[in-house]
Ligand binder design. Sequence first.
Ligand code: PXP
Length: 242
Amino acid sequence: MTRLRLGVNIDHVATVRNARGGAFPDPVRAAILAEQSGADGITAHLREDRRHISDDDIVRLTAAIKIPLNLEMAATPEMLAIALKANPHAACIVPEKREERTTEGGIDVVGQFSRLQPIVGQLVAAGIRVSMFIEPDRKQLDASRALGAPVVELHTGAYANAVGAAQEKLLKHIHNAAEFGADIGLEIHAGHGLTYDNVQAVAGIPHIRELNIGHFLVGEAIFAGLAESIQKMRTLMDEARA
Ligand code: PXP
């Protein structure tokens, strides 16, 4: 099986920083440490309300890291302008509601096709690898492909929150969607809510090429340190893949 890439989301290092409004802990320092600890990429979500990552963080991240930066962004003119200026390796298009605590579901590519098309088109034309953060659903996969996005990230949040038979069923949906998406030529990523306990079932799906993980790793870093948390996640992913 191909090696599974790990994208480390450092948003919540910025959440802790912003709780006091100062300069630390610095998410850029976390990104550099993640790079040294086996991360294949860094993910950061510049939200409309700037609740964690700031515009300056994106500028500093771009300069500081050698591994690819994946900018998570809402499909808005403001974020498009920032992405075109920052020119990250990748952009992940997410739905965004001001009142939500996290990205609660995938973006409705089917329903918002005409609104998304010019934004995705401009990012792709600029050479930025676009991924659509979607629910594991065939219609959304077909629409993402029609949009010209080369990558989709399957939302694993419902799977991560479920237990028992319900979780098994949701895992099957993710597996089927990954297989279908790969068959129609999309590169498949997955993420949201992944932990040491639930990562291996997802990591074992052979069509998935990358996982993006943030909140759990930043939480574990309080107890074990960021480097150790990332290395442990990396080991679990590799084991599931072996
Ligand atoms: N992928 C996307 C598109 C996300 O929006 C998030 C959360 O910001 C993640 C992955 C990471 O999720 P978590 O922080 O729950 O690991």
